[in-house]
Structure formats: C-alpha cells, structure tokens
Design a protein around this ligand. Structure first.
Ligand SMILES: [Zn+2]
Length: 259
C-alpha cells in the first residue's frame, strides 16, 4: 500500500517537475505530500505535526530521487536565457563555518536536493531579477555550477567535512555559494559545513583538524583572525554552527590554523 502511494506521488511529482517553472507550483507539491499513507494515518490519529513531518520526508525523498534521475527541469545553457549567478563573485576574504545539524550526516544527493528546494526555489519564486528573462518570462532554475559528472548542482557550501575528517569539495572558489543568508557575504566568502549535529557539543577532533587543514592549504593568504574565520551565527540570526562555537571551538580552530 505504501509503495503504491509512493509510486503515485512519484509519478505526479515527476510530471510536475517537467515544466521549466515547476518551482511556482511547489505549493502543489506540498499538497501532494499528504497522499502518503503514514501521513493519513497520523492525521486521522490527530497528530498533525507527525503527519506533516512524514509528508515532508516523503516529498523530499521523491524530489531527491527525481533530481538524481535527471527528471527535474533545470536551466539548460545554450537553450534557455540564463543569468550568470557568479558574475558578482569577489575575491575570497572570509570563511563561514556551518554544521548540517544532523547527527547521522547527509548524503551529497540529499544535500543537493535540500539546497535546491530551500535556497534556490524561494529566490526563483520571487518576481524579480534574475529570475525573469528579457521577455519577462520565468527563467528555469540555474546555478551555473556543475559536478565532475557534468550534473548541475545547487550546493550552498564550498566544502563538506565528515565526522571522520573526510573532505568533499562541493563548489569551486569561483562559484558564489548561497550559504550565509547574506548576499554581500556570499559574494566574498567560502562556506565550510561540518556534517554533524554540533548544536550543543564540540565537533570531532578529526573534523576540526580537517577544517583547519582546508583553510591552511587553500586560503594561505587570509589573515587568521576572529573576523575572517566566522560562524554562520556571526552573520545572521541562526543557531548554526552551534552554541559551543563562540568562546569555544572557534578558538581551537584558529589555533590549529595558526600552528
Ligand atoms: Zn549555517
């Protein structure tokens, strides 16, 4: 039964995301979530929060799957009229540290889908430049960023660091990553995400060492100080990268970079 409902929702979502302006219908996708059997059961039992969470997870799973299957219509260079989102990129002068807020970590395909939905969709839903072409039509979503396989990616961060210290390069430094929640900061910064929930604890030794290593190796001319290496919460009001950063592991990080 669950598989059948999942399949039905998958097919409906797949049809929807063929449209270049599918993101305008995202409200419809949100409604489609409620087809999920678990959601219906939870809703019947009166647990709306549980139903909504279940539905959100299911929609997200489907979207991640469709994105991995290249079923989501995105901007196509040479075919669509597209803006160069990296035109505003400036030399790197700041490092912004984030955490994924997930103890179990997040896969690259899930992170890619998450950032497309959470970072790009809201911007493209707004009726202002750069989302309109010269005829006033909606541009399809386009990051201008591609992975080694040539697939378009929507990562906000430039780097992702695992709890065991494994490092993933997500974006080149010439790419403007939408990670800080502040366009001026995004233009001139690099985002590094520790893939862990360190909301109320320190990052692992391995991940801290890896972050320090990334900064030392790749940004050797940056000053090693508290204004250059900052946490997300020092840019905007957010709990990211956790309440142990300021007056805590931020100092250890600076010491490691300077060592
Ligand atoms: Zn953050």
């Amino acid at each position: 039964m669950i598989e059948k409902l999942y399949q039905k929702q998958y097919e409906r979502t797949k049809e929807l995301v063929q449209n270049p302006d599918w993101f305008l219908e995202f409200g419809r996708v949100r409604k489609l979530r409620l087809i999920g059997l678990g959601a219906i059961q939870a809703a019947k039992a009166g647990n709306i929060t549980e139903a909504a969470n279940y539905a959100r997870r299911q929609t997200f799973d489907i979207f991640e799957q469709l994105l991995s299957e290249h079923q989501v219509r995105l901007g196509i260079p040479g075919q669509d009229e597209l803006d160069d989102q990296d035109e505003a990129r400036e030399p790197v002068s700041q490092i912004v540290i984030h955490h994924s807020s997930r103890a179990e970590g997040i896969s690259l395909t899930a992170l890619n889908a998450l950032h497309l939905l959470n970072l790009y969709v809201p911007v493209y839903q707004r009726k202002t430049s750069p989302v309109l072409d010269s005829k006033g039509n909606r541009q399809p979503i386009y990051s201008g960023h591609f992975n080694e396989a040539g697939e378009q990616v929507f990562y906000g961060y430039h780097w992702k660091v695992e709890q065991d210290g494994e490092v993933h390069r997500l974006l080149d430094d010439s790419a403007l990553g939408w990670h800080a929640g502040d366009w001026e900061v995004n233009k001139r910064s690099v985002g590094i995400c520790i893939d862990d929930d360190i909301g109320h604890k320190n990052p692992t030794e391995d991940s801290l060492a890896a972050v320090a290593d990334i900064i030392k190796r790749n940004y050797p001319t940056l000053p090693v100080d508290a204004a250059t290496i900052v946490g997300h919460s020092e840019i905007i009001h957010t709990s990211c990268p956790g309440d142990k950063f300021i007056d805590g592991w931020k100092n250890s990080l600076l010491e490691r970079i300077a060592a």
